[in-house]
Design a protein around this ligand. Structure first.
Ligand code: HMG
Length: 405
């Protein structure tokens, strides 16, 4: 069978962040609850000039540059997001223009909470496999700003960021295995973002249970389809790393325990050692930006490719994508020989501006109200004048973007 998959990845996040300890102190919570109990370190906070579009465009540009790909080779752009900016016009339409993509490129948006970009990825994989892409490439971008609001239980699990994935029949980074698929879909009210508000409504503890049920449902479906297609059972030793959707670091621990239980490993010590080996090393980037919703699984993949791509060549990893509401997918991917080396994102994370709680609250409120008509921003007032893509506000009901030369 032809090999198709990911040729490049790019990541972008907001310019400012707070430390999770500062947030805990401000809320009168023991910092250990957020740091150990949730597994978070820092949280990215967007300014009003940074939105779903600007982060998506920046991540897209980064993915093109990381693999030296000509934008004219892209003929499908899908932006997966749950932080929409218009009921009709897709984020992809603006990103298409900002990246200078061809007028012969499809540009659409997909949505199912944090699963939206995984859906886009799988459609692009099928397209590449079918031969209909005729040598062209697809650009799939996950872009979101997670908002729960000041003083809520979800507040320490906010974040902002975008990850861009270039899919082609030259999978220099990751081959997506298509022999078996694990799908799970179930209508549940665990988390949603009603049209009349920007912050999510969430039943936090129920959402954790829904996530774990979805691992079980998708893993069992994957196992059945694997047995049917190849008559093979999976041994954990076949998988070098297990990547999950990461709303907060500790969720990956809960997810892995469930995964191991399904594989038949219930000894706590063995399970803990396994988590330390196969999951924990790839949580750092997520712990420093927070929940980036659609992109979080792929941010963990970016982390793995930066830190371990060489030693993983020829090895398989498992990937679990979860979108509240809910839709989930379990699938395998393989790192090819001579995998593309991605630039480390740590220098960019280190260079962000750390803000205090007063500034964080000011940014959160300004960002939430940034879409009102006839409100125009000066990028220098928000410290983002040098960003490659800037949202200037809404003028005459039209969103205004600029791209720096
Ligand atoms: P909470 O109720 O405030 O926290 O909110 P808690 O009481 O459950 O405590 C959290 C953990 O800290 C617990 O660990 C405590 O024991 C521990 P656990 O028992 O679960 O292992 N803890 C401490 N540890 C060390 N020292 C201490 C201490 N005190 C307590 N002193 C909750 C937590 C996650 C519910 C909340 O933040 C929330 O609602 N977040 C948003 C929802 C969410 O992230 N859900 C995850 C699953 S759904 C999903 O992933 C989809 C999503 O990304 C959206 C989408 O798909 O679009 C959210």
């Amino acid at each position: 069978m032809r090999k198709v998959g990911i040729e490049s990845l790019g990541f972008a996040t907001a310019k400012n962040h707070i430390t999770i300890e500062d947030l805990a102190i401000a809320r009168g919570v023991n910092p250990e609850k957020y740091v150990i109990g949730l597994g978070q370190k820092e949280m990215a906070i967007a300014t009003p000039c940074e939105d779903t579009v600007t982060m998506a465009a920046q991540a897209g540009l980064c993915a093109l540059q990381n693999a030296d790909i000509d934008p004219t080779s892209i003929d499908l752009l899908i932006v997966g997001t749950e932080t929409g900016i218009d009921h009709s016009k897709p984020v992809a339409s603006y990103v298409h223009e900002l990246l200078g993509l061809s007028t012969n490129c499809r540009a659409i948006e997909t949505k199912h909470a944090c699963y939206g970009a995984t859906g886009g990825l799988q459609f692009a994989i099928d397209r590449a496999l079918s031969g209909r892409s005729r040598g062209k490439k697809s650009l799939i971008i996950a872009s979101d700003i997670a908002r729960y609001g000041i003083g809520t239980a979800g507040e320490p699990t906010q974040g902002a960021g975008a990850i861009a994935i270039i899919v082609s029949d030259e999978p220099r980074l990751v081959i997506i295995e298509t022999g078996a698929e694990g799908i799970y879909s179930n209508q549940v009210m665990d988390f949603w973002r009603p049209l009349y508000r920007k912050e999510a409504v969430v039943d936090g503890h129920f959402s954790i249970q829904c996530y774990l049920d979805a691992i079980e449902g998708s893993y069992k479906n994957w196992q059945q389809s694997l047995v049917k297609s190849e008559n093979k059972q999976l041994a954990l030793t076949d998988i070098a790393a297990c990547l999950y959707h990461i709303p907060f670091g500790k969720m990956a621990n809960k997810a892995h325990m469930k995964h191991l239980d399904l594989i038949g490993i219930n000894d706590k010590n063995v399970a803990n050692e396994d988590y330390t080996l196969r999951v924990a090393p790839y949580l750092e980037f997520c712990s420093r930006v927070g929940n980036v919703y659609t992109g979080s699984l792929f941010l963990s993949l970016y982390n793995l490719m930066v830190d371990a791509s060489k030693s993983f060549e020829g090895k398989s990893i498992s990937m679990f994508s979860y979108g509240s509401g809910c839709m989930a997918e379990y699938f395998l991917a393989t790192i090819p020989q001579n995998a593309l080396k991605l630039p480390d994102f740590r220098p960019i994370l280190d260079s962000r501006t750390q803000v205090d709680i007063n500034e964080y609250e000011r940014l959160l409120i300004a960002n939430t109200n940034a879409d009102q008509n006839d409100r125009v921003f000066k990028p220098e007032d928000w410290g983002v004048a040098e960003n490659p893509f800037i949202f200037l506000g809404v003028n005459d009901h039209k969103r205004q973007y600029i791209k720096l030369p």
